[in-house]
Design a protein around this ligand. Sequence first.
Ligand code: RIB
Length: 306
Amino acid sequence: MPRVVVAGSLNMDLIVRTPRRPATGETVLGDDFRALPGGKGLNQAIAAARMGAETHMAGRVGDDDFGRQLLALLDQDRIDRSRVAVTPGIATGVAVITLAAGDNAIIVASGANMRLQPEDVDGLPLAPGDICLGQLEVPLETTATAFRRARDAGARTLLNAAPACALPRTLLELVDILVVNEVELAALSGHDLGEDSATADIAAAARPLVENERMVIITLGSRGALAVNRTGLDAVPGHRVSAVVDTTGAGDCFVGVLAAALVADASAKLALAQANAAAALSVQRPGAAPSMPTAAELRQSGLCAD
Ligand code: RIB
């Protein structure tokens, strides 16, 4: 069975819900606090695994309680973690997240994630039909090494270029499928884009990134998603969600489900629709990794016809 192979971050998310965020020098009293598993790499691996994809992960955690909890979650979701190393002397990655008015603001203390070395991903199990997934929360050279290994093995590469940062051309050249939101697309394209930008402007910003056979997918939150490739444009509309609980990890849900659908040989259009529907389910639950739906939940939701 083709695999989803993730080289990426694992964090413990420290989440505070608050009526509003403090200004500099101010203290506000927030509401509830939770520590829940997250990190873009872990979230995407869980999302793919819950869709039924054979999923492997490479990453690093510290030798601490948070690290042990994240490893336990990988086991629970039957993700091969033989390449997730425990790194002594450094903390597991942590994300400090404030949730205000349904939306999040995140600061990541990378900890062990930034110790993920090219050697850690050099021997990843990759073969034709597999997809290697990367994000930008581990050293860029490590992601590039994983993608080179994927290309050599005849597997596809999918980069979720998040969080937004300048991307070296040498890494971009190794990417078959690029997934970004409007903010990340603005950073990569130099176009001035925001949440309300017109679809035509978003597609125009994405087009120069469509090189060779690369597909560029832009997640648009409640507006759905757009896929731009050499032959044109596909769009899936957003789903109306009555109660948004927590948007953290919705983009990761999209990416993991997309990868799972593509390795299961779904068409790009169906993969996009499934990813979009799963992301709409994830925002109705708290946390990032725990909010990823299963394939059965996605089917039962009726949000995605096939
Ligand atoms: O994409 C959401 C994730 O970003 C959170 O889980 C947090 O850990 C940060 O990595």
